[in-house]
Write a protein that binds this ligand. Structure first.
Ligand code: 6GU
Length: 250
């Protein structure tokens, strides 16, 4: 997969994109990550990327021309896209659809992605209407730019590409992939400051361990994120357990 990131602050990506998951994916040639400075596509003396909003108001608005030119330079054949050639052009903005594991999975199916980092003040609406194919937000809080969200999206997508993670199982087992939160994890020592690891995990009984973990995941989800249980696939035994717990707490 090739990911092109358009930003006013390419230096923000230097550390994250050369560390951990991205480093591995790039080294294994599973991912090619490029950052592009939107400012490089300005042609005036002052390299102007933003301007005052028409109609007045606070803040500045990102101009359309440098963003259109930066994206068009990535696709010399023009922007008409068809079939396998399709390349999502995603604007990161608080007005976008809410990012999720499902969206990460959908994006992981493409061979190319373009991420445009917006800024809180805003981006000229013509970028949204005639250039971007998608708008994504990572949550209901305000960040000063789309750079951190672009890293969040890229991380979530890249780790779903086959061969990026150490074991293929790790991605499947994650929270949200199973619609349940993760069960508690422990490592050595078996007792630390008097706090013991649950006995069952030391038992060596794989069936018992699997049952305990599944039960912990369901209980933790019930307590912390009960709305997730509506779409989770639960056994009839688990549904019965949950209905009993719910009547107990009513
Ligand atoms: Cl994508 N951008 C900004 N500026 N703030 C955000 C966001 C994006 N998602 C959540 N907050």
């Amino acid at each position: 997969m090739q990911i092109d990131i358009l930003t006013l602050f390419p230096q923000m990506f230097e550390g994250p994109l050369t560390t951990g998951i991205f480093k591995r994916a790039v080294n294994r040639e599973l991912v090619q990550l490029n950052t592009h400075n939107i400012r490089d596509w300005t042609h005036d003396k002052h390299h102007t990327v933003d301007d005052y909003p028409y109609g007045g108001g606070a803040g500045m608005v990102l101009k359309p021309e440098p963003i259109f030119q930066a994206v068009e330079a990535l696709k010399p054949g023009g922007l008409q896209q068809q079939g396998a050639d399709i390349m999502p052009i995603i604007l990161l903005t608080p007005q976008g659809r809410l990012f999720s594991q499902q969206i990460a999975f959908e994006l992981s199916q493409y061979s190319r992605l373009v991420l445009i980092c917006g800024h809180y003040e805003g981006v000229d609406e013509r970028v949204i209407e005639y250039l971007a194919t998608d708008e994504i937000s990572i949550g209901d809080y305000v960040l000063s730019g789309g750079e951190l969200p672009a890293m969040v999206v890229a991380d979530a997508v890249v780790r779903l590409i086959p061969g990026v993670l150490g074991s293929e199982a790790s991605a499947v087992d994650d929270s949200y992939a199973t619609d349940l939160l993760e069960y508690p994890q422990y490592t050595r020592p078996p007792e630390y400051r008097g706090w013991a690891v649950p006995e069952v995990l030391l038992s060596g009984n794989h069936g018992e361990v699997a049952r305990w973990r599944r039960e912990q995941a369901v209980l933790r989800t019930l307590r912390r994120r009960p709305e997730l249980l509506n779409k989770a696939s639960l056994s009839s035994e688990e549904k019965y357990l949950l209905s009993k717990l719910k009547t107990l707490t009513e």
